[in-house]
Design a protein around this ligand. Sequence first.
Ligand code: GSH
Length: 89
Amino acid sequence: MLLYVDTNFASPYALAVFVSLLEKGFTFDIETVDLVARAHHGPSFAKTSITQRVPTLVHDGLGIPGDGGDRTRTSGARHLTRVSANRRH
Ligand SMILES: N[C@@H](CCC(=O)N[C@@H](CS)C(=O)NCC(=O)O)C(=O)O
């Protein structure tokens, strides 16, 4: 599993997922996304996260964003993004 968080570790949403994964005892990697440099709108992260936001969790080739926020809230599977198999997770 790979959790994307912001470079400054300042996102409360990302930290909530981080703490939840730790509390559940999951092993996972972390990758940072520089929101200030707008890296989350780059083509690489856009392929991984349909909302282009952190947190995004990649598990078994699926990019799973947070709840999508008010602007993009929809149900379930529409927020899952298939991630290329060679990505570290
Ligand atoms: N409710 C949102 C929270 C995630 C969120 O808004 N993350 C912020 C960082 S705290 C973000 O990625 N902002 C970048 C942007 O909106 O362009 C979700 O789960 O998708």
